[in-house]
Design a protein around this ligand. Structure first.
Ligand SMILES: Nc1ncnc2c1ncn2[C@@H]1O[C@H](COP(=O)(O)OP(=O)(O)OP(=O)(O)O)[C@@H](O)[C@H]1O
Ligand SMILES: CC(C)(CO)[C@@H](O)C(=O)NCCC(=O)O
Length: 410
């Protein structure tokens, strides 16, 4: 199957009963899936975890089994939604939603979904899989996902500057406020003040879709990874007009611009007397990546300045853990803020919305899910009352494809 699923442990071979709570984020470019898959032998009474839970002040029910397992992540191109539907069907993931006890027909299965595609493709999911999509607000899901990852998952956030990746120690008691910049097809900038407390303060249509769309047209690359890969070997100075190109090789020191600063992205193309075929695709890719990343870095900084925010977390699948992208964004934030603000990145960058949708199962009256995170290093408890399942993250994340976690089952 031609899908982009990144799923560890190949749960294909496991019976459906071990998989629960599929959640979707259907974006303009990519569909993201999150689901819980419990270990074969995980159903046990975990007294240690339960007493830890209680000591943190969260509700616990002695009759509940504790289910150990993993949260799995997968993604597909939205344009290949049929592959995604096939994957869900073959894994029987669509049977792992919830039944709404208040709905007229209680045999209806609902799957939590966010992103524009939750609206656009609702009928398709109904027709092909027989499930209804229970829509959750996209911004709310992004924030829930980000807060969860930042509080619960060990070594989730990191800085990246001059090729150096450094994991950040995030104190959950000193997390807010921060700016969340989600770079998907388009870009959303959200000021986050707490759990469920946020405001979308800005956005730009020059995002990941712009890089991929323009890049595809200008380079004839067939897929996103190929375009990103090309940028490694490229030289943006071939196409970008630098300050030095305008100032005869010298800096414009008086206003703080060095000769190597880009004065005008793609500016050399106006005077080179060259056609598109005369430029190397790798140089085009690099200029494009630099242009988009710089612009997002700058707008993000301006919004951080507007609200006095010191920390900016960048997420979304545009980043793809790509060194040059992260470096460019970090340099832009650092340059404009004169070192006052810091750019940080997330390991599960593209799955914030899907995780937020996953966690929204806690709202349901039946088969609901209360997410009660107990990270190893920073104990916190974010549970709400009256629900049936407790999910507790151990905080261990082996890679960005799955996270170990524990669920209090019914
Ligand atoms: N395999 C891929 N195919 C297409 N785009 C990719 C791929 N990997 C990374 N990207 C980049 O990630 C972007 C999509 O990121 P993301 O999934 O976070 O956003 P989205 O949810 O699709 O968009 P939006 O939130 O604006 O609806 C693409 O526009 C592209 O720049
Ligand atoms: C429209 C959404 C929110 C869809 O995810 C996203 O693509 C976006 O934030 N675009 C930028 C729109 C703007 O603020 O100009």
């Amino acid at each position: 199957m031609d899908h982009l699923a990144h799923v560890s442990n190949q749960p294909n071979s496991q019976p459906q009963s071990q998989i629960s709570h599929l959640a979707l984020d259907i974006g303009g470019s990519l569909i993201k899936l999150v689901y819980f898959c419990r270990y074969d032998d995980s159903c046990r009474d975990d007294d240690e975890l339960r007493s830890q839970n209680e000591s943190l002040g969260s509700k616990s029910d002695n009759s509940r089994p504790v289910l150990g397992g993993k949260l799995h992540f997968a993604k597909f191109e939205t344009s290949k939604i049929n592959d995604c539907l096939e994957f869900i069907h073959s894994m029987k993931l669509h049977l792992s939603g919830f039944h709404d006890c208040t709905a007229p027909s209680s045999d209806k299965i609902f799957i939590k979904a966010t992103g524009g595609g939750a609206y656009k493709f609702a009928d398709l999911f109904k027709e092909k899989l027989g499930v209804s999509l229970d829509k959750e607000d996209e911004m709310e899901c992004l924030v829930t996902g980000a807060n969860f990852l930042l509080k619960a998952v060990h070594q989730e956030a990191f800085t990246y500057l001059d090729g150096q990746k450094e994991f950040a120690q995030i104190d959950p008691n000193d997390l807010y406020p921060y700016l969340l910049v989600n770079i998907g097809s388009g870009v959303s900038m959200i000021k986050v003040d707490g759990d469920g407390k946020f405001e979308r303060v800005s956005g730009t249509s020059l995002g990941g879709g712009t890089f991929w769309g323009l890049g595809r047209l200008l380079t004839k690359c067939k897929n996103f990874d190929e375009l990103l890969e090309l940028s490694h070997q490229g030289n943006n100075r071939v196409i970008d007009m630098l300050v030095g190109d305008i100032y005869g090789g010298t800096d414009y020191a008086k206003i703080g611009l060095s000769a190597t600063t880009i004065a005008s992205s793609f500016g050399k193309a106006i005077s080179d007397n060259k056609e598109l075929v005369d430029y190397k695709p790798e140089d085009i890719s690099r200029s494009l990546l630099r242009m988009i990343s710089n612009n997002i870095g700058q707008i993000s900084y301006l919004n951080a300045l507007r609200f006095g925010l010191k920390r900016i977390f960048f997420a979304g699948f545009f980043i793809r853990g790509h060194a040059y992208t992260m470096d460019t964004i970090s340099v832009a934030v650092n340059f404009w803020s004169k070192g006052e603000a810091e750019a940080m990145f997330l390991r599960h960058e593209g799955f914030l919305g899907a995780l937020g949708a996953f966690m929204s199962y806690e709202k349901q009256c039946l088969d609901g899910l209360t997410v009660n995170k107990i990270p190893q290093r920073f104990p916190i408890s974010v549970s709400s009352a009256g629900n049936k399942i407790y999910c507790s993250m151990t905080g261990k994340s082996n890679d960005n494809e799955s996270i170990e976690c524990t669920v209090y089952g019914t």
